[in-house]
Design a binder for this molecule. Structure first.
Ligand code: 5AD
Ligand code: SF4
Length: 490
């Protein structure tokens, strides 16, 4: 009976040596009201020496969720005996944690796989793994099965915690192991983590997304929206405070949907307030969907000094027609209303955004609405993209009569507008004193240190004193488009 249920849920194939679980879009698209359970991470003792004497290299593509997943992956690899090296050519195991958001992320990962193929011709024992969002795509896994047979194992975003077992399966059978769940399973708590930064930490609060914007592959690759238990989140933040962390970023594909899947009332504003009360010096959160941004949330951000005045509020487009085709659930006018409410309620707030140009059928008039919105919002930062069709998303089937040349021209024109305001906003800070969390020595070849302001702006500090890990006052001396220069009143 159990086995029957298992076969119904997963797309299972045999490769002569064992079972492979392949991604299935139909499964990935479904949303059920089934309660998501919480499960504690645990591995068998006999796995702990699996990688003894061996080294690993993890290559991460994509967003902060992926970066944070890699922090879990690295810690799991170390738990089973592997040690990290910073050159993939020297590693015994290379793992690619991939991103599917746009075509170029795909191309980069396949490019790297090409290099690994050559390396494996010289180093027969090299173990190569692929995980992350690309592993959730039917087309990608099919290609790996047929064209990239040298890849030893593949797993998806829903079964990170199975990594030690998959490596063991591959080592013992010498066969390609593919285990991708199309449906999210339980929320796994207590996974080990190797944090990349000693002062700033990522904390997952919600997994998946149920918005299904028509251009976006995330609801398929990351599954149904499911929030972590608040007690688990608060415990994690409290531990970080004890360890001396200065900043947490609460992470989710759509953070302000937090708690909407609970059968009791506890949502993003409640969580933000409770996290602020742990007295962690800085709280950030990303990414927010305008549709889920409540007035109460704005009030909470304004009320607590340790919730940073910095909001990432993706708009995607300025034309109501395109917003509707994208399935974004707001109009230019209602977005601007929210934008102004945030600006007027949170002192000194900086707002950043994401914008897509060249969505299928976008006309010059539609694009001009986007330019107009960028002029009105004068964003502090904006990530701008050319629309990239993603396998199995509704927009990929829309008729697209906009040429690549036009799309590139629009991206260029949009960038000119947004860049102008980055510089203008930065210039307003010259002569002012800002709070900066110092992260370390400059990496751009210049003397001095760098850090981030409360509004999340990069600042290079002209000092010989090491304040790494501290939040200090810095006087802004100069402004560039993407960074500030500053000095310390000593
Ligand atoms: N093409 C281009 N950009 C995309 N994004 C998401 N999907 C696509 C796509 N298919 C952008 C959105 C999102 C950001 C993370 O990536 O702007 O907010
Ligand atoms: Fe993708 Fe964000 Fe839309 Fe979710 S809300 S579908 S992650 S763009």
């Amino acid at each position: 009976m159990l086995l029957r249920a298992f076969f119904l849920v997963y797309n299972i194939k045999r490769n002569g040596s064992g079972i492979m679980i392949l991604p299935d879009y139909k499964e990935a698209k479904q949303r059920t009201s089934k309660t998501v359970l919480r499960e504690e991470y645990n591995i068998d003792k006999d796995l702990k020496s699996l990688g003894k004497g061996k080294t690993y290299y993890v290559k991460t593509y994509g967003c902060q969720m992926n970066e944070h997943d890699s922090e879990n992956i690295k810690a799991m690899l170390e738990q089973i005996g592997f040690t990290e090296v910073d050159d993939y050519e020297k590693a015994d195991l290379v793992l690619l944690n991939t991103c599917s958001i746009r075509e170029n992320a795909h191309n980069k990962a396949f490019g790297f796989l090409g290099r690994l193929k050559h390396l494996k011709e010289e180093k027969k024992d090299l173990i190569i793994g692929l995980c992350g969002c690309m592993a959730q795509e039917e087309g990608v896994v099919d290609e790996i099965l047929h064209k990239y047979k040298f890849v030893n194992f593949v797993f998806g975003t829903h079964n990170l915690h199975r990594l030690p077992y998959l490596i063991k399966d591959n080592m013992t059978t010498s066969k390609q192991v593919i285990e991708v769940y199309s449906k999210e399973g339980n929320i796994i708590e207590g996974m080990p983590v190797k944090r990349e930064n000693n002062y700033k930490a990522f904390v997952n609060i919600i997994y998946g997304c149920d918005k299904f914007c028509t251009y976006c592959i995330v609801p398929f690759t990351r599954g149904k929206q499911r929030s972590r238990d608040k007690d688990d989140i608060l415990k994690e933040v409290e531990e970080l405070v004890k360890e001396g962390y200065q900043e947490v970023t609460l992470l989710g594909q759509n953070v302000n949907a937090y708690g909407k899947d609970f059968d009791y009332k506890y949502t993003m504003e409640d969580l933000l307030e409770d996290v602020a009360k742990t007295n962690i010096p800085r709280v950030r959160f990303m990414t927010s969907h305008p549709w889920d941004f409540t007035d109460k949330m704005i009030e909470v951000i304004a009320k607590y000094d340790n919730i940073m005045p910095s909001v990432h509020l993706p708009v995607q487009a300025g034309s109501d027609r395109i917003l509707k085709l994208m399935g974004r659930r707001y109009t230019k006018e209602s977005y601007l209303e929210l934008f102004n409410k945030i600006k007027n309620t949170i002192p000194n707030v900086s707002i950043s955004t994401d914008i897509i140009v060249g969505f299928p059928g976008e006309t010059e008039e539609d694009f001009e609405e986007t330019l107009d919105l960028a002029e009105k919002c004068k964003y502090d930062n904006a990530f701008t993209f050319i629309y990239s069709p993603r396998e199995n998303t509704p927009a990929a089937k829309f008729e697209d009569n906009v040429t690549l040349e036009e799309k590139e021209d629009r991206l260029h024109r949009l960038n000119e507008v947004v860049n102008k305001y980055f510089l203008e906003n930065n210039k307003k800070l010259v002569g002012k004193t800002v709070k900066v969390l110092v992260e370390g020595k400059n990496t751009n070849g210049k003397d001095g240190y760098f850090g981030y302001t409360d509004t999340n702006k990069l600042i290079n500090i002209n000092t010989t004193k090491d304040y790494t890990g501290k939040i200090i006052d810095v006087k802004v001396t100069d402004a560039k488009t993407w960074s500030l220069d500053g000095e310390i009143d000593e």
